[in-house]
Write a protein that binds this ligand. Sequence first.
Ligand code: HEC
Ligand code: HEC
Length: 197
Amino acid sequence: MNKHFRVLLAAVFALSAGAASVAAEAGGPSAEALAFTCAGCHGTDGSSVGPSMPSIAAMDPEVFIDAMKEYREGKRNPTIMDRIARAYTDEQIEGMAWFFARQRLRLYPQEYDADRAALGARLHRDYCENCHLDGGRPGDAGTLAGQWMPYLEYTMDDFLAGEREWPRKMEREVRAAIEEEGDRAVPALIHFYGSQH
Ligand code: HEC
Ligand code: HEC
């Protein structure tokens, strides 16, 4: 998609999310009210207290929308999110995406192994940083930096077991990292992400 078009699209989305909360008085609940129902698992305003519930604050809205639709369509291997995602319309999902994108991500310290994290930092730079910029901070490839480590473990297992669709061109890089460092590669990457807060 052309960059200007994306920016324009973002502006239109932002407006419609704003309009949705104004329309709330007249019609259904606002995005904020909908997002409140997620707090029990994803924490207040999307910063989860862990450890297997991912934080969704500051999440890129397009990644958020894709995630919700993939849960709805059975393209990911969820424990609970398929049932939750099915309860919302496209419009409600878009409204929530923009609500969460505006929330500040609060990260909590996690226990990690410094040697593994150091190996992970190097592997990240060589194989992941191209798409997961800035050590994996929230962006258009999701959030890895500071994300809960158990969630990342399940997620990597799902990718490798073919239970979640690989993002375009990601599989090759993950496999190359594993080729290089064997079974140490994925845990090292996760310790690197967990070391950031
Ligand atoms: C009962 C707990 C629970 C509730 C309530 C819940 N979630 Fe989730 N959510 C999870 C879990 C667990 C995962 C990881 C996938 C899975 O196992 O289903 C997840 C994953 C996600 C993801 C993907 C995150 C990523 O990094 O890819 C998004 C987006 C999300 N949830 C949005 C929501 C929204 C929006 C709501 C409220 C409408 C909500 N969730 C309510 C437990 C919950
Ligand atoms: C060519 C680009 C690309 C490369 C290289 C890449 N990724 Fe990704 N990755 C993505 C995109 C895009 C997403 C978000 C996709 C989605 O919605 O499923 C993603 C998602 C993820 C997720 C899921 C996040 C979540 O919240 O559920 C994990 C974990 C991950 N990547 C790890 C890695 C690791 C580790 C590497 C390096 C070994 C890597 N990726 C390399 C593009 C890439």
